[in-house]
Each structure stands twice: as structure tokens, then as C-alpha cells.
Write a protein that binds this ligand. Sequence first.
Ligand code: TYD
Length: 214
Amino acid sequence: MFITFEGIEGTGKTTQIKKLVKFLEESGHNVDVTLEPGGSRIGKELRKILLNMESTDITGQCELFLYLADRAQHVSQVIKPALEAGKIIISDRFADSTIVYQGYGRSLEPLLLRELNEVAVSGCWPNLTILLDIEPELGLRRATTRNMDENKTLEEGRFEAESIDFHSRVREGYLTWAALNNDRIKIINADQTPDEIFSQIKEKVLEALQKRDA
Ligand code: TYD
């Protein structure tokens, strides 16, 4: 079972993933957690280039292929082995991030990006994707505070520094893409308490597990 979490910055993906892992482990499942970019050794190097504020000269195409390269390595070294071992693997971001950020955000063609993703994903599309949805103003405020608290603004702040217009396009892109893939992508309002959000996520995950076992 492969579950991914998506959403703009500051939706609380990390908090919800922790809650989900605890819940699944307490229910007797074997769970691994990973993330993009940076889920593999080589991916960690790519993450530095992709998120550093100093990468201002990166072209849109270079950015796209680095995300795809990160994913190809991640799928083959981390995700496939976990699935083959019968685990539940949860990834903080995956292929939908490329379709939405590089596609709807940077104006590359989303359907072409889906095709390019096929190469990187090589059959491993998620069974379930949780999209945490929030107003960009609210999400960005949370993400910027987190980066300042963790002293990560220079190292990892390149996307947070994008305009509010960019983040609004990304948010709308996520909603459009989710509507086109509504059997897999489930939208959850992230402007609620963490416990309220989690109870809705739990419902979707239990449904997906039931579907898998049916
Ligand atoms: P990260 O610090 O992990 O952000 P968050 O905590 O919001 O998940 O940064 C990942 C950034 O990379 C995020 O701004 C989205 C962007 N991204 C893409 O543009 N395309 C992609 O394919 C992926 C995986 C991420």
C-alpha cells in the first residue's frame, strides 16, 4: 500500500504523517515514511540544489528533470523495495507535486508531465493521495514561521520565496488535478484542528485498506 501526502507549503503534512504512522503501527501494520525531494542518498544531493535560495539561475526544464531524477532513484531504491516487503509506505510529496508545481505553477503542460512521470514512477502510482488544502496566505505564513524557527530560510526557502500568485496557481492546480483523479486523490480541508484533520484522513485510509483487502 502506497500513500502520498500533497499540498502547498504550511498545510501540516508532517504532523499528519506522524499521526498516521502512529495509528497504523498501533493497528499492527509495518510502515515506512519517506519524502521528496531527498528520499534517497543521491536524492539528498538533488534536494540541496532544488531548494537552496541560491539556485536562482536554475531553468524550469532543469528543475523538472532534477525532480524526475530524484523520483526515479527514490522509487527504485526506497518505494519498490518497501512495497515488495509488504509494508505500507507513506511519502511526503510525490509525482503529483511535479504535475502541479512544474505544470500548473510554472506553466509546463500537465499531461506531458504525467507522461514524463510514468518513466520515473515505473508503475508505482500511489493507491491513495491525501491532498491537504488551505488558503495560500495562511499556508505561507505557517511555512515561513517554521523555516525561521528551524533556521532553514536560505537552505530550503526557494519555493516559500515565490510570489503569492505562484502559490495560488499551485493551490488551484492541486484542486483541478484532484478533480481529474478523484478516485485516488482525496481533498481534506487543512484549516481545521489537527485532530479534526486526522479523523478525516483516517477514514480515507481505512477505506483504501478495505478496498485493497476486498
Ligand atoms: P519541502 O521543504 O519538502 O516543502 P514542504 O514542507 O512544503 O513539503 O520542499 C519541497 C518543495 O519542492 C516544495 O516547495 C514543492 C517543491 N516540489 C516541486 O516543485 N516539484 C516536485 O516534484 C516536488 C516533489 C516538490
